[in-house]
Design a protein around this ligand. Structure first.
Ligand SMILES: CCCCCCCCCCCCCCCC(=O)SCCNC(=O)CCNC(=O)[C@H](O)C(C)(C)COP(=O)(O)OP(=O)(O)OC[C@H]1O[C@@H](n2cnc3c(N)ncnc32)[C@H](O)[C@@H]1OP(=O)(O)O
Length: 173
């Protein structure tokens, strides 16, 4: 049976949160762990929309916090599927902060999460394909194969010698 093909826009998800006192550290900035929880939720919703299945978080790539988010600021998390493989999807999340009284907007961080669609017994299950449309979506789609190989090599699920696309970026003429 031919696979269903979906566009990134069909599962695009945006989530808005307000930093409340219970979300902050002693410096009155948003705690990293709370932000990672929100990133997990928004990206899981995105992955579920693409797969129409229950998904589990399989891996989280490096997250670096570029800009603290202050108490009272508004946090916007945007998530898009970059590529679908067999049972797994890579989701790109972009986090921005906004101080509404001053009108200041800033980038906080971005990350890639990988989710696996599972059946009722928790076994991986096939998912729809993804067809990127915009130039940015195509660029993320192309890079997703290298990122997948890197995370599978690090997780000891792929031999480095089999990671052809990843190795090709290190080739020197
Ligand atoms: C319609 C529905 C309505 C539902 C309405 C409910 C709404 C409610 C919303 C709540 C939203 C919160 C959602 C939070 C989601 C959690 O937080 S889930 C909890 C944390 N995560 C877990 O517990 C996952 C634990 N791990 C596992 O269960 C298994 O290792 C996995 C991930 C299913 C993989 O199973 P496995 O048997 O090792 O599978 P295997 O066949 O080797 O590989 C399957 C795929 O996993 C990939 N994979 C495996 N390991 C990795 C890795 N380390 N890195 C990257 N990929 C990997 C493989 O590459 C492969 O990909 P494909 O080639 O198939 O695309």
């Amino acid at each position: 049976m031919p696979k269903i093909i979906k566009k990134p826009q069909e599962s695009y998800t945006i989530m808005t949160e307000l930093v409340l006192p219970n979300d902050t550290n002693p410096l009155n900035n948003l705690m990293g762990g709370r932000l990672m929880h929100w990133m997990d939720i928004v990206s899981a919703i995105t992955a579920q929309k693409h797969c129409n299945r229950i998904v589990v978080t399989a891996s989280v790539d490096n997250i670096s916090f570029e800009h603290p988010i202050a108490l009272g600021d508004v946090v916007t998390l945007e998530a898009k599927v970059t590529r679908a493989f067999n049972s797994s999807v890579e989701v790109h999340i972009v986090v921005k902060g906004e101080n509404i009284p001053s009108g200041k907007k800033y980038s906080s961080n971005s990350a890639f999460f990988t989710f696996v669609a599972v059946d009722q017994s928790g076994r991986p299950i096939d998912i729809p394909e993804l067809k990127p449309e915009t130039e940015e979506e195509k660029e993320l789609f192309d890079g997703a194969l290298r990122r997948r190989q890197l995370r599978l090599v690090l997780a000891k699920r792929m031999k480095p010698e089999d990671a052809a696309e990843l190795k090709s970026i290190f080739k020197i003429d």
